[in-house]
Structures are given as structure tokens and as C-alpha cells.
Design a protein around this ligand. Sequence first.
Ligand SMILES: Cc1cc2nc3c(=O)[nH]c(=O)nc-3n(C[C@H](O)[C@H](O)[C@H](O)COP(=O)(O)OP(=O)(O)OC[C@H]3O[C@@H](n4cnc5c(N)ncnc54)[C@H](O)[C@@H]3O)c2cc1C
Length: 480
Amino acid sequence: MSSPTNHYDVIIVGAGVAGCALAQALSSLKRPSPLRICLLERSLAEPDRIVGELLQPGGVEALRRLGMTACLEGIDAVPVRGYCVMLDGKPVHIPYPDGYEGRSFHHGRFIQSLRKKARAAPGVDTVEATVSELVECPTTGRVLGVRATRKVEGTEQAGEKETFLADLTIVADGCFSNFRNAVLGGVGMKPVTKSHFVGIVLEDAELPIPKHGTVVLVRGHGPALLYQIAGHDTRMLVDLKTPLPSDIKQVILDEITPQLPTALQVPVQNALANDRLRRMPNTFLPPAEQGQHTKEGVFLIGDSWNMRHPLTGGGMTVAFNDVVVLQDLLRDVNDFGDWRQISHVLHRWHWRRKQFASTINILSVALYDLFGADDESLEVLRMGCFKYFELGGECIRGPVSLLAGIEQSTMMLARHFFAVALYAIWAMFAHPRRVIVDEKPVYLKPSIEEYPFLLFKCIRVFWTACVVFLPLVWTEIRWW
Ligand SMILES: Cc1cc2nc3c(=O)[nH]c(=O)nc-3n(C[C@H](O)[C@H](O)[C@H](O)COP(=O)(O)OP(=O)(O)OC[C@H]3O[C@@H](n4cnc5c(N)ncnc54)[C@H](O)[C@@H]3O)c2cc1C
């Protein structure tokens, strides 16, 4: 039997990015008495992970709306003012518009800062315990709470299993969620992992443009991403396609490092010699509508529900914006135990969040397919995309505003994506292209005799653009 103190209005599983923000947001809902919220986290120690280190301006703004801006202070966070994209040693500067700034930091420090804020929120009990199962009503199947095991204080040992009951259970247990299948049942798509990010920290590295994320388009592999995460520390994430090579270090040294800017090569070699390589799967999981056809009494938020490629650093921005929308919708709910009301909120949430979440989700995967080009047509699109950015003006402002979460419009994204495709096709005819002559790269304009072949190729390129983009749109608009 559960003790009376283990009965709450809301249980949140996981005090990560989404869980902490949600605890704070629910606690600040205006009600006759504050909601009693139980935030269950398996380890309250500072996490040491290679995820969630760059917060886009749209995420900074969402944090402000949640009253959590202070979480970015006192953690040695670094302002981020945009991106520098590099291909074959050539940079293109992509600043955030209108003075917008993001922040980058050590993930663990940020999480501890979010947890501190959540713990201090009225009505929130933070409990260090690992949730092992959902508690369901034996007759209706409705979720009534969870079973969890606390750590015995001062030891690494697990205590007895306890039951925590609540009117509503919200699962925010991240990308490796143990409860995703139980909550969604057969609804939704399966997560797809196309590649992994392998991470190291470089010491005192000089980025081509300081305070800007650097994306190096690497031939033969996915892109390498670099951004400063503290005064002396720069994170490098290298995208390696699945299956991973057996000697990852050697592949980075031999095939990727020579393609990085010269100033970064020694710090990378030093980090490879001294630092432990860490890896994470880059998984895509479109969001499935929750409520009517998923388990009653529980729903998912954050990576447990919806994931995108981390190339564009959009995960935390989506999670914080999700919480902003949810907070607004839950304002009118008077009984968290009334699944009809919660179901209605979940339906509205699913469609209202589309504007920002779909844009970031689709952009991340489409851009990854182009930047990680692994066939000839994608290679043409990658080059076209780089040249499109070189045009400057709206060709930079539009895409970076979408990536930063400043603009939220899937239509605008489609416009830029197909403009890139058409520009890439035009560039095939009009621009000199890189060919290898006597083992050396040279740039040559196509001759008239090549036009029939290029015409055929441009159909393939446009088809590839459609095959990259349209299925992603479909994953977002499908309603079942
Ligand atoms: C390689 C990589 C790099 C990324 N880089 C960025 C980036 O730069 N910017 C960005 O915005 N996004 C980035 N992301 C995505 C971002 O990290 C996620 O979107 C974000 O962390 C999701 O938050 P969450 O709360 O859902 O999960 P998490 O932040 O992972 O939190 C889940 C929490 O649940 C806890 N938990 C899990 N299981 C249990 C259990 N059984 N019982 C109790 N507690 C449990 C965990 O300990 C953890 O604290 C990256 C992702 C990857 C893979």
C-alpha cells in the first residue's frame, strides 16, 4: 500500500530538460492551492553527457516566458550569435538576425540549474528514485501512478520499491524512454537512428568565428559541429553514419581532422589523445497524437515523445516551447484526474505546437540529409545549399531564423528548401564544379555537350529533394 504522503496531483518522471521546466510551469499555475507535484529523478548528481549544450534563441525566449532565465546565469554559459558553415575550407557567416542570441554551456551545469529552480517551486517534491513501472488500474487499465525505488541515502544501493500515486502522470524520461511503448501502445512511428554523434571536448580551441557554432561539411562522413561550451572548453560532435566504424578515433584522425580548419587540428589531436570518446544515437521520432488512443492517465513529453536530429540543436527549444504551450492550455483544467479534459488539452497541444515543433523537426532532418550527403544528388543539393547561403540577405536570414526558433513557419521552410533545390539545379549548369583531374581537385564549367546528361541529373536532384522533404512533412501532418 502507498503511504498518504505518496499521493500527488501530478507525477513527473525525469528531472531533465522537459521535466524540470514542466514542474516549474505547473507549480506556477494559478489555483486555489498550488498543485502537489512529485518530480522523480533516478540521479540528482550532475549529469555528464554530450547532449543539450546549445540553446537556440527561441529556447532562451521560451525559458524567459517560463520565468527561468536565471537558470542560464552562473553556469559559465557562452553567448551564441549564429553559425559559420564551412565547405572545402571556405566559410560562410550565418548570424542570428536582429541581435538575437542563444547560449551554450556544459549540459550538466544547466541541468543542475534547472533542477534547483524546479525544487524551489511551491508544491514540488523532488525525489531521487528510479521509476520501474507504471501502476495501472486492474479493471480500466488507466495509469494511477508509478512504482519507483529510492536510492538509500549516502550509498549507491537501491531501497525498497514504493508506489507513488497521482491524478496525472507525465513521462519525461528522455530519448531512451522505458515507458514510450506502454504509453503510446501501437500509436505512432518507431524511432529511426541513422547516425551517431561522437563527442570530445577541445581545450582552448579557436573557432573560425568566435561565439558562433561551426558546422564543417565533411566529405565522406556526416558534418562536424563545434561550439564553445565554457571559457576554455569547445565541444566537437562528429556525425558518423550507422554502423559505426570499429576504430572511431582513427577515422576521426585520418578522415575528418584533415578537413577541419587548421587552427582546430592540434586541439582535436590532443583531445583524441587525452579525452574519452562519448557517443549518442541521433534519432528521429515524429510526435504521435496522445489522448484518445493512448493510455489513460499518462502522457509523454520531451524526447520520450518526439525527437529530431541534433545537428540544429533544437531539442531543448522544442521541449521548452512545448511546456509554454502546455502551461497555457492546462490553466483552464480544474481536475487533473478528468481524462476527458486532459485528452482535449492534449489534442489542442498536439496541433498548436506544430507551428514551431514541425519546423524545427523537419529542418533538422532535411538539413542533415543535405549536409551528410551520401549520394550524388544529395551532394548537388549540399553544394546548392552552401551557395544559397553565400547569396546572403534573405537566403541566410530566413533559414537561420527558422533554425533558431525565432520564426515558426513550415511554409517558409518549404519555400527556402525548394529554393535551395532550384538554385542547386541552376548552379549545376551555370557554376564551375569540382572535378578530380590527375588526383587534384579543379573547378570546371560544364560544356554544352554535357547538358543532356545534366538535364537528366536535374530531374534526379529535384526528385531527391522531394523524397527528402515531403515524407518529413507527412510525418508531421498525419493525424492518426
Ligand atoms: C548528441 C546529441 C546532442 C544534442 N545537442 C543538443 C543541443 O545542443 N541543443 C539542444 O537543444 N538539444 C540537443 N539535443 C537534444 C536534447 O538533448 C534533448 O532534446 C533534451 O535533452 C530532451 O529533454 P528531455 O527532458 O526529454 O530528456 P533528458 O534531458 O534526457 O531528461 C530525461 C531525464 O529522465 C531521467 N530518467 C530516465 N529514466 C528514468 C527513470 N526510469 N526514473 C527516473 N528518472 C529517469 C534521466 O536521468 C534524465 O534526467 C542533443 C541530442 C543528442 C542526442
